[in-house]
Design a protein around this ligand. Sequence first.
Ligand SMILES: [Zn+2]
Length: 201
Amino acid sequence: MALLVGLGVTIGGFPVTLGVLDLLRQAGALRPGHTALQGGAHTDGWIDKGAVMRDPGTLDEVALLQAGQLRRAWPDATLLVGLPACGAVLASFVGRHLRWPVAYLLDDEEVTWHRMHVPAAPQQVVIVDDVISTGRGVRRAAAFLRTQGHVVLGASAWVCRAELAELDVVAMTPPPYRTVGAPECPDCAQGQAVVHVGVRE
Ligand SMILES: [Zn+2]
């Protein structure tokens, strides 16, 4: 289930008027054009999250919005979990605003905790992510956390392209670009060349 949560955040008493899409656009993270994603799907644009991650000021503005949304969605969470590697940075930026503890996952051949924090079970966990594209990473994370005896309340993300039946995802905005299988791609049907090849969001 995907939920969209409205703004209502203030900084120094002033309402924040920019939404996450505005912040992504300002950072140059929105990359329109016929795109073949690494997972095989085609889209009419992709999100270069690196444009935000490289700029801690913008990242923190996004993290503040995400923290407000996350607190409203899951007020009883006890732990934020970040995926490698940008997800860990983001989880800490979000956790800074919430004053909630964070832990990081590693995902090489199998998912494990980063030794910085191996939390005692059971925690009420929210996975913090930026762009959920195929959903593979959050699926693997949620499965690992459940085997570790934790309750996975859901995942918070800027944007989610994936259908995740087993996980409650709260996204900050609907995807700005459509996602289709290559055989159904309208740009391909019109003979449009792929502009961005093999993109990993
Ligand atoms: Zn196409």
